[in-house]
Design a protein around this ligand. Sequence first.
Ligand code: GLA
Length: 379
Amino acid sequence: MRRELVTRLFREKFGGAPELWARAPGRVDLMGSHTDYNLGFVLTLPISRETWVAARARDDGQVRMFAANLDSEDCFDLTSIQRRACWGDYVRGVAWALAAEGLPLRGFDAVIHSTVPTGSGLSSSAALECSIAVVFRALGGWEMGGARMARLCLRAENEFIGLNCGILDQFSSCLGRAGCALLLDCRDLSTRAVHVAEAIRVVICDTKSPRELAGGEYGVRRAQCEEGAAILGVAALRDATAAELEARAAELPPEVLKRCRFIIGENERVLAMTEALAAGDRGRVGRLCSESFAGARDLYEICSPSMIAMMDAMTRAPGSIGARQAGAGFGGCMVAFVEAGEMDAFSAAVSERYRMSTGVQPEVYPVEPAAGAGLMDVA
Ligand code: GLA
């Protein structure tokens, strides 16, 4: 159905049919909030919510695109890529980053359709960037591995869009493997596939509250982590232990100390969570999630009132194994680990309790692990 819709939109907007289809997944972090820019670990899950791009090459160096979800058109010329402060900048940014590497680019017509909700912490922008990079790669006829593609998409986000995020989102979207979560080491960019125990389902609980503060506060957190690392004399907080931090606690401004406590603890929790989820150790998953959320709320201070209400609903619902924040925080989506047999009861209870306490209808849905960005086989 989705394919028919995109095919029809392509015909309406550009005439004829697309010649290639690319896809890239969103992601949810299972453990490891804000550890990526501290060069630590993240346990990440590329998810079955994806951005699709149906494209056909053009010979005039123009990129013409239609975003189906936004009902919005945009276009630009590959010989003069300028920011326009709209969604199309993610596409421009990728073109800019690839061109800066000297890679030959061809123009195209494209319809973009996404099931990653925008602005809710599941990496809709990385899914767009990475699916577009796949289109440029296919039409340009050159090869590029997932890790380099992720780094170039991050460059687009950092330098063209101007958002100082870490590598997590682009890496998850490019390097996913079907059926697995990924343990990502953000220093050497190595990954390890992790199989979540079978009867445990990953469930997204969307607070449906906007993440207005996220931009500025994100940069503040990042700067505080850098300040902490500098005082401790380490290259990144990943290199400090909890004992070292506590021994020198008096040297750090109180707020910086709190941020460092969270990051160092969270980084340790990633490795513990990887073991616990693979082994199906429900008690440990639950404890680690609760510690992660408490730290995000009290030490890193990225939890909005809607997230606190959602946490309450998620932990009380039947079948709940563990629950925590996801993405940058400040609203948006959260993640729960739920007994496979209790999915319906869990969703109903979370929706009811959250609506009662906030007056907002949340969205609750399971996600499956998805493969990383690539071409789709459309026969
Ligand atoms: C956002 C950023 C990521 C990462 C997370 C928090 O999603 O884009 O790089 O820092 O927040 O873990």
